[in-house]
Design a protein around this ligand. Structure first.
Ligand code: MGD
Ligand code: MGD
Ligand code: SF4
Ligand code: MO
Length: 681
């Protein structure tokens, strides 16, 4: 028996980007451990990935190409060869593009792997075809626009340095589920005496650990942040010299904030005014307050400005200038790799139209001139993950839509494919990974050969390009050449990070301060300062100063028909839908659950574990009730994302979510849903 340890990287859409030591016995992965030499991974993995072999060798793995044999959605297929599959896909795409124009083809991909090469592998192909371009906006683009408008660079305080902070605020992030390794640093800070504040509408696992848990109503965080700012300003707990030297537009922001004294902020948010005042004082007194902003709170129609309001707070007290203090949302701005070199945008015949992935439902059902006639899905599971699911499914059922799905696993989306193509897992291909929660990048060599006939995204699109007669050199680049292209940039963060270094497979830190001001060289905004007032936003007709406006499906808009606010944040044992194929994870989660307060359950005669139907104008979904005080009255939580076929009734949680977009960044609004609920039967 051979037994080797191979170093690889977790490919999943998780800020931790762990370095993995995989045990490979006789060519098979057996167990995965965390790399003790990676300062963020610290020798541990989450329990999803610790036994990743269950996912790699899942009975639901797609191992060879297949053609649809039953009706759309039935999931019945017959095996075909790669040669037949590539021939058929190339012929159909060519015929559809010839008849309706290239834009009738829509690529649909998201975060199955965050590896830079595989993630971008289809871009050049679809550009060359003149396909519609996908706006990959489902996750975090509201926060991105807010962060860029305020700070100008997608970087923030390094969590590795927050042991120096004396006040840690986790705002709209269930880090115990979604940033497990980040919590090590939170614990270290607490060990050094820091207090932990969690701001979240429900008592999630992270909130249970907090010294203070504030529970704003969903979609009201801007009012809370402005209430805190109001107290800081009124009580003079601000750093005037920092404001003078490093910020822009204080007076206008002050005018806005003063409209939200704690009484008013309390009325909007449901947080007691004394609690707002107390947090403001604690924040103003702290030596180095740190705010970790999550992705949850942006997913509201007013979410972009809510993030803006929150991330102005460090500007008031000069938190970035104090070691361990400041704020963090994502870190990807610290990896300014040369995507342009590998995306082949110049291959487009003309600038093609863009389609927002959040609006896939309407796109498939109503977009015209040309209609979408071919959908090419890879590393994404839209049948389960995309809002307004009844429309998405109706679109996927269209007999005249040619759907290709390149997948590792037989997902809900695979059921709707005309052609299914087998994809490698990250253990079977090479890639370069950058984190969005820390400041390391890492290259992974394949740990095992591909299973069955699986091919990587890069192999697939290169083979298809050849079939279609695309002869440009970009379609022949090797992984090594592509990585070299990515790293060929002249930027201080990446100075000295060469192909020869990354190919070692060891984690490499970019040149970014671990402790100390991430914006020491200035903010990336037009003024070079932290912008309370953003002229850039104003130029686009958007509010220049962050304010509060009620959300479209916020608590102010409740009706007797739809009196409850539903949020659908991630569960502990799934990663989006990527672990729905793993028995152990499904068992550990139990059932698709709806958390409901006794005050809402009682009048509806909902008992614990009852099967309930949650519904609104968009659709309905069956779940099992969990009657609990962890959610306040008026708020429901369904931790997600279960496969639709694992819900009783076969409809998923995204039946209830909408295609509406955020105020900034055209992101999804997955946590803003007015609904009602009733016992089934
Ligand atoms: N275990 C696990 N880990 C994951 C994922 C997973 O599915 N499972 N998904 C990964 C992905 S793709 C992402 S983007 C991240 C997301 O992870 P997070 O950044 O944690 O963001 P969300 O999960 O959307 O929501 C986090 C919290 O925001 C809260 N929230 C929602 N609306 C509001 C609001 O209006 N105000 C406030 N204050 N809080 C609000 C929710 O109640 C929830 O507790 O996690 C990644 N990690
Ligand atoms: N209601 C609700 N909906 C949500 C969310 C929520 O919180 N609530 N979260 C949203 C968020 S934040 C996100 S990021 C999206 C995530 O949406 P997706 O990016 O669709 O996430 P996954 O469910 O992980 O699906 C990824 C798929 O890619 C496949 N895959 C992995 N690697 C590869 C590869 O190398 N090649 C190919 N071809 N396939 C691969 C996996 O097997 C998996 O089925 O979902 C969103 N949807
Ligand atoms: S899912 Fe996140 S925590 Fe788990 S191994 Fe991957 S990067 Fe680490
Ligand atoms: Mo995400």
């Amino acid at each position: 028996m051979t037994r080797e340890i191979r170093k690889t990287v977790c490919p999943h859409d998780c800020p931790d980007t762990c370095s993995i030591l995989a045990t490979v016995e006789d060519g098979r992965v057996t167990i995965c451990d965390g790399d003790p030499d990676h300062v963020f991974t610290q020798g541990g993995l989450c329990h999803k990935v610790h036994r990743y072999a269950e996912r790699i060798y899942s009975p639901l793995r797609v191992l060879h190409p297949m053609r649809r044999a039953g009706g759309k959605g039935e999931g019945r297929f017959v095996r075909i060869s790669w040669d037949e599959a590539l021939g058929e896909v190339a012929d159909r795409l060519q015929a559809i593009a010839a008849e309706y124009g290239g834009e009738s083809v829509l690529p649909f991909s998201y975060g199955g792997t965050l590896g830079l090469i595989q993630r971008k592998a289809g871009h050049a192909f679809f550009h060359r075809l003149g396909a519609s371009r996908l706006k990959r906006n489902i996750c975090d683009t509201a926060a991105e626009e807010a962060w860029l408008a305020t700070y100008g660079l997608n970087v923030g305080t390094d969590m590795e340095g927050i042991e120096h902070s004396d006040l840690v605020i986790l705002w709209g992030i269930n880090a115990v589920h979604t940033n497990i390794h980040g919590m090590h640093f939170v614990k270290r800070a607490r060990h050094n005496g820091a207090r932990l504040v969690v701001i979240d509408p429900y008592r999630n696992r992270t909130a249970r650990m907090a010294d203070v848990h504030l529970m704003p109503r969903p979609s009201t965080d801007a009012a809370l942040a402005l209430g805190i700012a109001c107290v800081l300003i009124q009580e003079g707990r601000i750093d005037r010299s920092y404001i003078e030297a490093n910020t822009f537009g204080f007076d206008a922001y002050k005018r806005e904030a003063l409209q939200y004294p704690p009484e008013r902020a309390g009325e909007i948010t449901g947080v007691p005014p004394e609690a707002i005042r107390a947090l403001a004082r604690e924040y103003g007194r702290a030596r180095a307050p740190f705010i970790r902003v999550g992705n949850g709170l942006q997913r509201h129609t007013n979410g972009g400005q809510a993030i803006r309001a929150i991330i102005c707070l460090p500007g008031l007290v000069g938190a970035f200038a104090r070691p361990g203090g400041g704020a963090l949302w994502e870190t990807f701005g610290a990896f300014p790799v040369n995507f342009a070199a590998i995306e082949g945008e110049d291959l487009q015949p003309h600038p093609t139209r863009e389609v927002n992935m959040v609006q896939l439902g309407d796109t498939l059902l109503t977009l015209d001139r040309p209609p979408v006639k071919a959908l090419f899905v890879y590393q994404a599971n839209p049948a389960a993950n995309v809002p307004d699911q009844s429309k998405v499914v109706a679109g996927l059922r269209r007999e005249d839509l040619f759907t290709v799905v390149h997948e590792q696993i037989h997902t809900d989306t695979v059921d709707y494919a005309d052609i299914v193509l087998p994809a490698t897992t990250s253990f079977e291909h090479a890639d370069l990974y950058r984190s969005y929660g820390h400041y390391h990048l890492q290259f992974a060599h394949p740990a095992i050969p591909p299973l069955g006939e699986a091919r990587s995204n890069l192999q697939l699109f290169q083979a298809l390009a050849e079939r279609m007669g695309f002869t440009e050199p970009i379609f022949k680049r090797t992984t090594e050449e592509l990585v070299r292209d990515l790293l060929a940039v002249d930027h201080p963060y990446l100075a000295g990070i060469t192909y020869d270094r990354v190919v070692s497979g060891d984690p490499i830190r970019v040149n970014f301060p671990r402790v100390g001001d991430p914006f020491a060289a200035g903010f990336g905004t037009p003024s070079g300062k932290l912008e309370f007032v953003s002229q850039r936003l104003a130029d686009r007709g958007l509010p220049a100063v962050p304010g509060y406006v009620p959300a479209i499906e916020g608590h102010e808009r409740k009706t007797p028909e739809y009196p409850l606010q539903l949020m659908t944040p991630p569960s502990k044992d799934f990663l989006n839908t990527s672990f729905g194929s793993v028995e152990r994870m499904v068992r550990s989660e139990g059932k698709p659950r709806l958390k409901i307060n006794p005050a809402d359950a009682k009048p509806r005669e909902i008992a614990h574990d009852a099967l309930v139907r949650v519904s609104n104008r968009r659709g309905d979904c069956l779940l099992y009730a969990e009657v609990t005080e962890d959610v306040p009255p008026g708020v429901l939580v369904a931790e997600s994302i279960w496969w639709t076929k694992h819900h009783p009734g076969g409809k998923g949680i995204n039946q209830l979510t909408s295609q509406r977009l955020t105020d900034l960044g055209e992101c999804s609004t997955l946590h803003e849903n007015l609904v009602n609920v009733a016992v089934v039967g």
